[in-house]
Design a protein around this ligand. Structure first.
Ligand code: ADE
Length: 425
């Protein structure tokens, strides 16, 4: 469908980029067979007809495939960026020019523009909010109480957003259902681990072109994202140190064969530091002080708060851009520290985010979570809800089929055994 651009309000970098965006969106679609099947069904059944929907996501080729699917399902969808540096401008242009989807996203937009776009998204008077980090929901609750009656629910993409939603629920302000997409097995086992693992190293390599073999890589945080980054850094020949605050995860990292130590010890050993904790100031002035000359730091957690860049900037005698997305901070002690992607998600700032094949499952969860919210709007209680196991299993089955992998099924004897408790030794 080609919609008239004049009817679509938007803020994108340049509509002339649309043809390139279209080619790249179609390329991504080749690796997204699950979302394709959902799109075909949505086009027939229109489960989102009449639904005003806002998606606050990284504006990538994969998100475009989700947006087109939601539109096929009948949604009146509007898209904004979930991070100032993650937008792919050609994709934003194509969604406006080819699909008539209003998009407000420009790579490199400042914080003020970012927040203005959140307000524009809320002006769309959404019934459903697809959030990645929970900024739209947090703004709705704090500033648009009068719109709460329009809301059917939200679907949340990322760990950081889930943590915020839990805090909102604890404070009694989350008064509508929130679908926990992040915790679906077909989401975090693959997107958080293999997606973050590959795309983080992709971002580091595109930004710096450094050889990772032989380097010491310090990974802060051993959640699913940290596991992926550590695993892939080891695969490229790096010696990997993990830092953690959770004792169980620290044991896991040690038993996975990584060295585990506090950041205060790791700081002087690392050549490259990657933060994936979801928490604030994981790398602080005392750590910068101890680092080797030329040490590189970057972040793959949702917000740009993990590295204390303010303190680093305040101490630096000079900051210069040495390559795209690569800034060198000259320190008074004669050493330099290199910061990638301004401390924002390096995989999206310097590369293209997670590969399409994993986003296929993440966004299948998003699309089906929206449908679930609409179908169950009269019975769902406020608060966080898991993606139903049947939906998770269905996505996994579709993905396996698309990958050409067959698996076993239980025999009737096995079903009987697994359901009985009387047979022991
Ligand atoms: N988050 C991480 N990678 C992404 C991608 N490729 N598209 C949308 N959101 C993402």
């Amino acid at each position: 469908m080609v919609a008239a651009v004049t009817q679509t309000k938007y803020e994108v970098k340049d509509l002339a980029l649309a043809p390139q965006g279209k080619q790249r969106i179609e390329w991504a679609a080749r690796e997204m067979p699950v979302i394709k099947q959902i799109r075909e069904r949505f086009a027939q059944e229109k489960p989102l007809a009449g639904i005003r929907l806002v998606a606050c996501c990284h504006v990538t080729t994969e998100t475009a495939n989700l947006a087109i699917t939601l539109q096929a399902g009948g949604a009146d969808a509007l898209l904004i960026a979930s991070n100032p540096l993650s937008t792919q401008d050609d994709v934003a242009a194509c969604l406006v020019a080819e699909y008539g989807i209003p998009v407000y996203a420009i790579k490199g937009e400042d914080n003020e523009t970012y927040h203005r776009h959140v307000q524009i998204a809320l002006d769309h008077k959404p019934n459903i909010i697809i959030d990645d980090g929970s900024d739209v929901v947090a703004t709705l609750i704090q500033e648009r109480q009068d719109q709460l009656s329009d809301i059917i629910g939200t679907t949340e993409e990322t760990t950081t957003g889930i943590v915020r939603l839990q805090a909102m629920f604890k404070d009694g302000v989350l008064t509508f259902p929130a679908m926990n997409v992040n915790d679906a097995e077909t989401k975090h086992f693959f997107d958080n681990r293999y997606g973050t693992g590959q795309s983080t190293l992709d971002g580091i390599i595109r930004a710096t072109n450094v050889l990772l073999a032989g380097k010491t890589v310090v990974v802060a945080g051993y959640g699913w994202c940290g596991k992926g980054v550590a695993m892939r850094a080891r695969g490229l020949g790096s010696s990997v140190i993990v830092t953690e605050i959770n004792p169980v995860r620290a044991i896991e990292a040690a038993m996975d064969g990584f060295r585990v130590m506090p950041m205060s010890e790791a700081a002087s050993q690392g050549d490259l530091f990657v933060t994936v904790t979801g928490n604030k100031h994981v790398i602080r002035p005392e750590h910068f002080e101890a680092m080797k000359d030329g040490a590189m730091v970057c972040n793959s957690g949702h917000f740009d708060i993990e590295i204390d860049l303010k303190s680093l900037g305040a101490k630096a005698t000079e900051v210069k851009e040495v390559r795209n997305f690569t800034q060198q901070y000259q320190m008074p002690n004669g050493k330099s520290i290199v910061v990638l992607g301004e401390g924002r998600l390096v995989n999206l700032a310097a590369a293209e985010g997670h590969p399409s094949a994993v986003m296929d499952m993440s966004f299948a969860n998003q699309a089906l979570a929206c449908e679930y919210l609409v179908k169950n709007k009269d019975s769902l209680q406020p608060g966080l809800h898991s993606i139903p196991t049947e939906v998770d299993q269905e996505i996994a089955a579709l993905k396996l089929a698309a990958m050409g992998i067959k698996i076993d099924t239980l025999t009737s004897e096995q079903i009987e055994y697994i359901n009985s408790w009387t047979v022991g030794t």
